[in-house]
Design a protein around this ligand. Structure first.
Ligand SMILES: [Zn+2]
Ligand SMILES: [Zn+2]
Length: 332
């Protein structure tokens, strides 16, 4: 059993490294973190809306004096559940990869806001997006992209502490980055790791994502803060890597037989992974795997919204309850 509780809020990892967790890690419930030394601090990601990001920043300020004025914000990737709160970190340098900057407008908060207000207009895709994102409020979000980019690797000093940024995208998204604190054997993975939940491969190649998992497994790290789910260990990275390898192996024969990716999604036996949260994401991952198998010089770009209709169908097919079915939409 993990020594860490999977409870909402700030978790002290020791030596000035912290994780901020949002159970249950399903759609939109992302994690973040902060690294502090002396008066300096580096925030890893913001959350999906202003209310939750403010709540997190308040919790940090109550426990970590150096978080009063955050000097650096690093976005692990562009997805809104890791960036939509950026505007609240006023005056900070915002650092990410070039891929993250290029990917930044993929989920426009204004479009999400429209969908939440009138999901019927978007059909079944709208219904499922409204279900996935109903705990969140998108109306006041101003996209706040990185102010600085890096390539390959970048070393930052946070007080006396060395922090390494490592570019590993495209894999989960176009611009994924890992944030490594070597002296403390801590790594923040963003959505390179979904812990105890199903990963979703918006970009791929999946083989590259598997390589990134192997890279993390070879690193001298002990405490792994996933993009979603509990504080993790290498065992969790191994499990998620094995999922990606398993789906790849199972998808290939269907691709070779000329079976459409959607039909293949229903034919694949998810085995033990069927019980993971959000197993319907296999739809998006299969589309990406098919693009990998195709190996076209120019990778096709798929608009994200239509996938939500297919994922709703798959979720029902798997007999899963609605997303966030324990979330009643108001506070007690
Ligand atoms: Zn993501
Ligand atoms: Zn995420």
């Amino acid at each position: 059993m993990s020594k860490w509780q999977f409870t909402k809020g700030l978790h002290d990892l020791g030596n000035g490294c912290w994780a901020y967790l949002q159970p249950d890690g399903s759609w939109g419930w992302s994690n973040a973190g902060i690294i502090a030394d002396g008066e300096a601090s580096l925030l890893v990601d913001t959350l999906f809306d202003l209310k939750y990001t403010k709540e997190m920043l308040d919790a940090m300020r109550a426990s970590i004096p150096a978080s009063e004025k955050i000097g650096i914000l690093v976005n692990t990737h562009a997805d809104g559940d890791h960036t939509f709160g950026n505007q609240l970190v006023e005056g900070a340098r915002i650092i990410a990869t070039e891929g993250t900057v290029a990917d930044f407008a993929r989920f426009d908060p204004a479009v999400l806001d429209q969908i939440m207000k009138d999901p019927a207009k978007y059909g079944r895709a709208g219904d499922f997006m409204a279900e996935c994102f109903r705990p969140f409020e998108f109306s006041d979000i101003v996209l706040t992209p990185p102010t600085e980019t890096f390539k390959d690797r970048m070393t930052i000093k946070v007080g006396d502490k060395t922090v390494e940024l490592i570019e590993v995208g495209p894999s989960h998204s176009l611009g994924d980055a890992l944030i490594h604190v070597p002296d403390d054997k801590v790594i923040y993975t963003g959505d390179i790791l979904f812990s105890e939940g199903t990963p979703i491969a918006w970009y791929g190649p999946i083989a590259r994502w598997i390589d990134v998992c192997n890279l993390v497994l070879e690193m001298d790290v002990e405490t792994i803060v996933a993009g979603h789910g509990p504080i993790s260990t290498k065992q969790d990275v191994r499990r998620m890597r094995d999922y990606l390898m398993d789906i790849t192996e199972k998808a290939r024969p269907f691709y070779e037989q000329g079976i459409d990716f959607l039909d293949a999604a229903y034919k694949i036996d998810l085995g033990e992974y069927r019980d993971w949260n959000d197993a319907e994401r296999v739809i998006v991952t299969l589309r990406t795997l098919y693009d990998d198998f195709e190996g076209a010089a120019e990778r096709p770009v798929h608009p994200p919204i239509p996938f939500f209709e297919h994922m709703k169908d798959m979720r029902e097919h798997l007999g899963k309850p609605p997303v966030h079915c324990d979330f009643c939409g108001h506070e007690h």
